[in-house]
Design a protein around this ligand. Structure first.
Ligand SMILES: [Zn+2]
Length: 689
């Protein structure tokens, strides 16, 4: 039988794919594609007048084939993991990465894009086509393709050094986190801890040389990992132990052999040099060159707008916690604990209590009903019409107003810890694109990790699981409702990453809208609707301590921006000093002397968020403002809601990466984004303002 990983088109025959198909398929495919790419490069080198047809479709043909096979393997790795598949994947991964690099750094392709940009044909190309080409040139340049000679050598050297420094940073942090643990032997030391944490703590103790540890009798081992640290700080009644843990947490990786401080200065200085080699003044300018915000000033302005409102709000919230706690001096290690007690006293309900009101089939009905209402699309089950990778996976089709199929998706809802990665995500199985035979329709993977059905009951969801499903569906809608026929800008492709979370967070807002929520929240046995008191609690819980939460994010975003823009590494000051300076206006309680938060800020020093941490808030502003377009016309006015819904579908969801996201946003909203709706939704601005 032929190798199913070499089909390279259509919906993958999941059931036929085995781990031992991976190596032969990828080896053969890369060999063929190397040859094809080489031939294309030669041809491009010899042509002076490049046309779109000469360049883009042949490139897409190559990237489509490897994208298809590699996409299937990566998908199965995340939803149907096995030892054999992992091994096969890691065997071929370096070759695949190398091929993708060769592709994105090809000098002949880069030159061909530039020739196309200067050709006569350029002016007759559609905006989507022009933007695909402009983005391709920009991305190639930002990866150093335009450099030559010593500049190129230095650039490559910096890239290698930066990769190593990031890895070391992450390893230090991991080792420092692991190096600390607090083992508790006496029942009075676990006062207040919830059963889930005691389970985890006993399990940790068994790993730390206490083979007989049990959740009931201990010993219990508390670590600095989030699932252990966060609930301990929220629930432990022992102030002395909270203090111990807090001090250890904020000083991770800041001394001795695992000290990240020198790495930070090094990373910042290399990034600055890299930016300058590419013709930018600062690394922040380089980062923003491929983002919607575009300019440092635009980011600074937004962050300051939000800061001015959230700072006094955070002060008020802290005062409220202090008053509630009735202690004279509130310390850092008291805040999480007393905030939780305050939350409990204000909204007495647990996530568990709401589950019976959110059985999955009903939630899907509610979600699909909303999609019909807003966007005029119909979702129909099509189970059995496409192969699946697990019997719980469902397959659906989407029909437009003329009952034509326009897209389809897989939904893999339940947690399967033995073979499925945690979290929730949307991925593309296939993107919309013009093909010689017609239009290829988009297919999405929607993956969640919610509680599976037990004892004959349907899967009963927490409200958090409901909002997660809506969130991922928002990404899915941008992928599936795109009207762009050029693969490079269809759906989520070519969307600036500070704008990518707009459609997803937009959908979350509907979980709080009365009609949508009350329409789907009914008790799975009695059919009784969600009691009004719960609805009110959900609304107020959404904004609990929202000023403090926002201010914390702003602190991170402002520090990140400052370090990558104005700060000069190795010039007498230090990154830590910059952070403390910014803390004066972004923290209501000054950090402790040993608080070296930067040494654990892996988002920007070991992840992809450098000069980009602001993106979280940026996208939230966009999504809140988009939702407020519906609030403005009145959520009770059905005709208006439908009208705005169609407009949203035809702009934000339809245009994908074919236009600059600001242009798309303005087409929908009729103006530039405003931060007011986010502040209002967070309870930080009253209606009159
Ligand atoms: Zn998302």
């Amino acid at each position: 039988m032929s190798n199913p990983l070499l089909i390279c088109q259509g919906i993958p025959p999941f059931a036929d794919i085995q781990a031992d198909h991976v190596q032969p398929a990828i080896t053969q495919l890369l060999e063929e594609l190397e040859t094809e790419l080489g031939e294309l490069e030669t041809q491009l080198n010899q042509t002076d007048q490049i046309t779109w047809e000469d360049l883009v479709p042949p490139l897409e043909k190559i990237s489509d084939r490897i994208g298809w096979s590699w996409g299937v393997i990566e998908h199965l790795l995340s939803v149907k993991n096995s030892e054999a598949l992992r091994t096969a994947h890691s065997q071929v991964q370096p070759a695949v990465v190398k091929f993708f690099n060769r592709f994105s750094q090809s000098q002949p392709i880069y030159q061909a894009y530039k020739k196309l940009q200067q050709s006569e044909e350029w002016h007759s190309l559609e905006p989507a086509q022009q933007r695909i080409i402009t983005s391709a040139i920009r991305d190639a340049e930002l990866s150093g393709v335009g450099l030559t000679g010593t500049a190129k050598e230095r650039f490559n050297q910096i890239q290698t050094e930066l990769a190593e420094l990031s890895t070391t940073f992450a390893n230090h942090l991991m080792d420092a986190t692991k190096a600390f643990s607090l083992t508790l032997y006496h029942p009075e030391e676990i006062a207040g801890l919830p059963p889930s944490l005691l389970n985890l703590a006993a399990q940790n103790a068994r790993l730390h040389g206490e083979p007989d540890a049990t959740p009931q009798d201990g010993p219990w081992c508390i670590t600095l990992d989030f699932p252990s640290y966060v609930p301990f700080m929220q629930h432990s009644q022992r102030q002395d132990l909270r203090e111990k843990l807090y001090r250890a947490f904020v000083s991770r990786a800041s001394s001795g052999a695992l000290d990240n401080s020198p790495l930070i200065e090094n990373i910042l200085s290399l990034r600055q040099e890299k930016a300058q080699l590419l013709g930018f003044n600062t690394y922040a300018e380089l980062s923003l060159a491929r983002k919607m915000a575009g300019k440092v000033e635009a980011v600074a302005q937004l962050l300051e707008e939000l800061r001015q409102v959230s700072y006094p709000a955070a002060q008020r919230e802290l005062a409220e916690v202090q008053q509630f706690a009735q202690i004279d001096t509130l310390h850092h290690w008291d805040i999480a604990f007393w905030s939780e007690r305050l939350r409990e006293s204000k909204f007495q309900f647990t996530a568990e209590e709401l589950r019976p009101y959110f059985p999955l089939p009903q939630v899907l009905e509610g979600l699909f009903g909303l999609l019909k209402r807003l966007f005029g699309i119909t979702v129909i089950p099509a189970d059995g019409q496409a192969p699946v990778w697990h019997e719980d996976v469902r397959y659906f089709q989407i029909l437009n107003e003329r009952s034509e199929i326009i897209a389809s998706f897989f939904l893999d809802p339940y947690s399967r810890p033995h073979e499925k990665r945690g979290g929730a995500w949307m991925n593309d199985c296939q993107g919309r694109a013009k093909q010689p035979w017609g239009i290829r329709l988009p297919v999405a993977y929607l993956v969640c990790n919610q509680t599976p059905p037990v004892d004959g009951k349907p899967s009963l969801m927490t409200f958090g699981e409901v909002t997660t499903l809506f969130h991922e569906f928002g990404h899915g809608l941008q992928h599936m409702l795109t009207q762009v026929d050029y693969a490079g800008a269809a759906g989520i492709n070519n969307v600036e990453w500070d704008a990518v979370e707009l459609p997803s967070q937009f959908m979350e807002n509907w979980c709080y809208e009365r009609k949508t929520l009350m329409g789907m929240a009914r008790h799975y046995e009695t059919g009784e609707p969600l009691p009004e008191s719960y609805y009110q609690k959900l609304l107020s819980a959404r904004n609990f301590m929202s000023g403090s939460a926002m201010l914390r994010q702003l602190h991170f975003a402002l520090v990140d921006m400052e370090l990558h823009h104005r700060y000069q590494p190795n010039a007498g000051s230090s990154a830590e000093a910059v952070r403390r300076q910014i803390a004066q206006t972004t923290m209501v309680m000054p950090p402790l002397p040993e608080d070296k938060f930067l040494c654990s800020f892996s988002h920007i020093f070991a992840g992809g968020y450098a000069a980009g941490y602001y993106s979280y808030k940026w996208a939230e502003v966009l999504s809140a403002d988009a939702f407020s377009a519906f609030e403005e016309v009145g959520l009770e006015d059905e005709a208006k809601v439908i009208e705005v819904g169609r407009k949203y579908r035809d702009t934000i969801l339809a245009l994908g990466g074919s236009r600059h996201p600001l242009e798309v946003f303005k087409q929908f909203r009729g103006r530039e984004p405003s931060s007011k709706p986010l502040l209002r939704h967070s309870g930080l601005l009253n209606e009159a303002a």
